[in-house]
Design a protein around this ligand. Structure first.
Ligand code: 13P
Ligand code: SF4
Length: 302
């Protein structure tokens, strides 16, 4: 990144009392420009705690929406409005209302990778870092509907032994990881520990050593004595893994592992958004109030 751009970003942040939050899948220069880099849970907690007046969210729409839901009086900016999450788009508020009508008494657990409207229809949110804990917090007898990620839902059902109805959504980026790719990666790096994201298909999770959120993978890489890891998630995480563990080796489970919408945010767009205070994220107040309850319940137990 040019010195001019770095200076501009630093100066505007101070003038605006702004904080830059970035997800681990963001481009390296964005991660370096951010005040805080984290997984979805860490970012939601950070957004709930911040005293900044402006939150610039380098991630995808649902993440910036969550920040706005938790901070209605603050300006929340997403530098690239097209940065959506295709999995979040696989569930709508209307479809979820129809499903709930078929399942009286159901508790809806909603992955944060979802729209504000879907959160508003849900009882509690979760991320991949706390999904098991969230499901275990619900009364053992109540039926559970998990929306929208069927792979994460399947993983939690196995971990908790709970009977969970799954929505048929998935992450197109993680869904295409195959068992053959994992086996081949193990063949090439027989000493490596395999860690995959729980958005991967069930057979891939089953054959891995650990299913973890992005933040969980970073923690394991630091604490595990292993010197080599096979990583089953978006390649942006490799930047942090290598930065924090320069002496260890990290191999992607397959050659290209990219979330295109996460990469839409560039340093130029970040600088422009700090200049113009646009594009802003807004959430209708009636939706926001109901969605906040589901997010607050999650944050309380995390
Ligand atoms: P994490 O919560 O693990 O950061 O994952 C977010 C995400 O979008 C995974 O695809
Ligand atoms: Fe959505 Fe998948 Fe991209 Fe995560 S990696 S933001 S779940 S499309």
């Amino acid at each position: 990144m040019s010195t001019d751009l770095t200076e501009f970003i630093e100066r505007r942040k101070k003038e605006l009392n702004a904080v830059i939050l970035a997800h681990y899948y963001q481009r390296p220069e964005i991660q370096d420009a951010a005040d805080f880099v984290g997984d979805s849970l860490q970012l939601a907690i950070q957004a709930a705690r911040t005293e900044a007046e402006v939150i610039v969210f380098c991630g995808v729409t649902f993440m910036a929406e969550s920040a706005k839901i938790l901070n209605p009086d603050k300006i929340v900016i997403l530098p690239e409005l097209q940065a959506g999450c295709p999995m979040a788009d696989m569930a709508t508020g209307e479809a979820l209302r129809a499903k709930k009508a078929e399942m009286p008494g159901v508790k809806v657990v909603c992955y944060v990778n979802s729209s504000a409207e879907v959160k508003a229809e849900s009882d509690i949110c979760c991320t991949s870092a706390n999904a098991v804990q969230v499901v275990e917090s619900l009364p053992p007898e109540c039926p559970i509907l998990f929306v929208p990620d069927q792979n994460l839902g399947h993983y939690i059902a196995r971990q908790t032994g709970r009977d969970i109805t799954l929505w048929e959504g998935y992450c197109p980026v993680h869904q295409v990881v195959s068992l053959e790719q994992l086996v081949e990666a193990r063949r090439q790096h027989p000493e490596a520990v395999v860690m995959v994201h729980p958005e991967c298909p069930p057979d891939v999770i089953e054959a891995s050593d650990h299913a973890l959120s992005t933040g969980g993978m970073l923690k394991l890489a630091k604490t595990d004595p292993a010197q080599e890891f096979i990583v089953g998630t978006e390649e942006g995480l490799l930047y942090q893994l290598r930065k924090q563990n320069p002496e260890k080796k990290f191999h992607l489970i397959k050659s290209e592992f990219i979330c295109e919408t996460m990469k839409l945010t560039t340093i130029d767009k970040l600088a422009r958004s700090l200049e113009t205070l646009e594009p802003r994220i807004e959430v209708p107040e009636d939706v926001r109030i109901r969605a906040q309850k589901a997010l607050d319940r999650m944050i309380q137990i995390s």
